[in-house]
Write a protein that binds this ligand. Structure first.
Ligand code: MN
Length: 192
């Protein structure tokens, strides 16, 4: 039951979020970033791995500047369907507005295929070091997620952009709109 925690936290009679059905991959590995105006505004960063979306909550959001180290707190795995969920969670866990801030595909760094990426990630999750290349609308190029050791918070990781063609000193979160609908958080909140 890989999505047990996801299901336990939610009442699907009250929440418009996707049910915890596992689905087969579409032939590529998805990633997404959702801007989530819950009790605390944050960005949820999700990477497909073995039929679910590994998920991290990033309070400051992602950055394209290699000098930035953004705290990313690992949270429960989400269903693959969640990647394009946008709307309003009126009640319960995570209540607030969700925007699909970025979406796309990814591969492990130096990986040519999904299978190689899955293998690299299985090891990376054990070692606390994931390396991958994103191909989204706003986020592109090489990134690392590094687990913070020597702290009590085993869920704490850092998201860091690597220097490449796509790294730049530009606050990418100022691109503040849904890549699916071009809407702002306020418009999503009004329209659902
Ligand atoms: Mn969230």
């Amino acid at each position: 039951m890989p999505l047990k925690k996801y299901s336990e936290k939610r009442n699907f009679d009250l929440s418009p979020e996707p049910l915890s059905k596992e689905k087969n991959s579409l032939g590529f590995l998805k990633f997404c970033v959702q801007k989530h105006a819950a009790s605390h505004l944050h960005y949820d960063f999700r990477l497909e791995h073995q039929g679910v979306l590994l998920s991290w909550a990033i309070p400051k959001g992602p950055s394209l500047n290699p000098k930035d180290k953004r705290l990313a707190v690992q949270v429960e795995d989400h269903p693959l369907d969640y990647a394009d969920f946008e709307g309003v969670i009126k009640y319960g866990y995570g209540a607030g507005t969700v925007m699909v801030w970025d979406i796309g595909s990814y591969l492990g760094t130096n990986c040519q295929t999904l299978a190689e990426t899955e293998k690299s990630f299985a090891l990376g999750l054990k070692n606390g070091h994931l390396q991958f290349v994103l191909d989204g609308y706003k986020l592109k190029g090489q990134f690392s997620l590094i687990q913070l050791k020597n702290t009590k918070q085993k869920n704490n990781w850092l998201l860091i952009k690597k220097v490449d063609l796509f790294s730049k000193n530009f606050e990418v979160i100022t691109l503040d709109y849904s890549v699916l609908t071009k809407r702002s958080l306020e418009e999503i909140a009004e329209q659902g």
